[in-house]
Design a binder for this molecule. Structure first.
Ligand SMILES: NC(=O)c1ccc[n+]([C@@H]2O[C@H](COP(=O)([O-])OP(=O)(O)OC[C@H]3O[C@@H](n4cnc5c(N)ncnc54)[C@H](OP(=O)(O)O)[C@@H]3O)[C@@H](O)[C@H]2O)c1
Length: 290
């Protein structure tokens, strides 16, 4: 197992046999408006990715559906050949339509094609971690994941994927996946205001499985609350710093992948997430979330 020391807040976590910084980067915001097409400022997008690596971040979250394929190609252009410590986590299970929608695409043929496109666009021979993304924009939806997850487990046995994860799933679907093949992470929507996965996070922590919240800052609708602003003001910090620091303190298996298209915001977030929240802060923030 590789060892990695980091000055980033939160230290490190190990996904299977891959050590990553708990403070990571979510690359979705790098594509064009609506996560479609190229970014308006291509050099700016490449600079954000290089900044992530310069800061010591070793976990980048992406998906072939971003752009589609645009974000992965940006990652390759900015960072290939990759530092040995960098691990890229991708996801499959949704396509894109002409309107910018995210229709599900989980049949075996689509999943095989997505894995092969991710390999090609990222310039890799093996993908470090692939999440099967289920549900829809409203969140997880009940139903069996056996067929698509077995397809991914088959691609893992073929040597195309190191580790598997699941995304936008219910606790039942997590258990169903684990009965098929080991998983190293669950990526679901979660933040200070949206805490439906509290029990799941604790259960995964006991099993040594990472929980990776998407929309840690509220996604397309930024987090806002009096409690958040009050705690931020007490620390002379931003609400964003408080929201990230709260996640790092919430549980050791939480990995951060805040998104940004700005190198300055990335630096600000990497510093801000290190804020130390007191018991009083946590109690006040807890009321906001429940
Ligand atoms: N599995 C899934 O279904 C799924 C779904 C959604 C997202 N994801 C993943 O999760 C990652 C995180 O989610 P997200 O990017 O959608 O949402 P997010 O991290 O909650 O929020 C990103 C938004 O916050 C803004 N922001 C970030 N830092 C800021 C700062 N310091 N000051 C002001 N604004 C700031 C960004 O704007 P600027 O660009 O201006 O900084 C952006 O609009 C994504 O990048 C993606 O990798 C996964």
């Amino acid at each position: 197992m590789s060892t990695l020391s980091t000055s980033l807040p939160g230290g490190t976590w190990t996904l299977g046999d891959l050590t990553v910084t708990r403070f990571g980067y979510g690359a979705m915001q790098l594509a064009g408006p609506g996560v479609m097409g190229p970014p308006a400022d291509r050099d700016g997008a490449l600079a954000v990715l290089r900044e992530a690596v310069d800061l010591g971040i070793t976990h980048i979250d992406t998906a072939g559906a971003y752009g589609p394929r645009v974000t992965n190609q940006l990652i390759r252009q900015a960072l290939h050949p990759y530092p040995g410590s960098l691990h890229i986590v991708t996801k499959v299970g949704a396509a894109r339509d002409q309107q910018g929608g995210w229709p599900p695409a989980r049949d075996p043929e689509s999943l095989r094609r997505f894995v092969s496109e991710n390999i090609e666009d990222l310039g890799l021979e093996v993908l470090d971690v692939v999440n099967l993304r289920l549900g829809n924009a409203q969140g997880p939806q009940p139903g069996s994941l056996a067929e698509p997850f077995e397809t991914l487990a088959g691609l893992q046995r073929q040597g195309l994927i190191r580790h598997l994860g699941v995304s936008n799933v219910t606790a039942e679907q997590v258990a169903e996946a684990q009965a098929i093949a080991p998983i190293v992470c669950v990526q679901n929507g979660y933040n200070l205001a949206y805490r439906q996965d509290d029990k799941l996070i604790d259960a995964l922590a006991e099993q040594g499985i990472a929980y990776v919240p998407f929309f840690p800052l509220g996604g397309f609708s930024p987090l806002q609350s009096q409690a958040l602003s009050a705690v931020a003001a007490r620390h002379d910090a931003t609400p964003i710093a408080v929201a990230l620091a709260w996640l790092l303190q919430r549980s050791p298996n939480i990995l951060l992948i805040p998104g940004t298209s700005s190198a300055a915001h990335l630096r600000e977030n990497a510093a801000g997430a290190g804020l130390s929240l007191s018991e009083e802060d946590l109690a006040e923030l807890d009321k906001f979330g429940r």
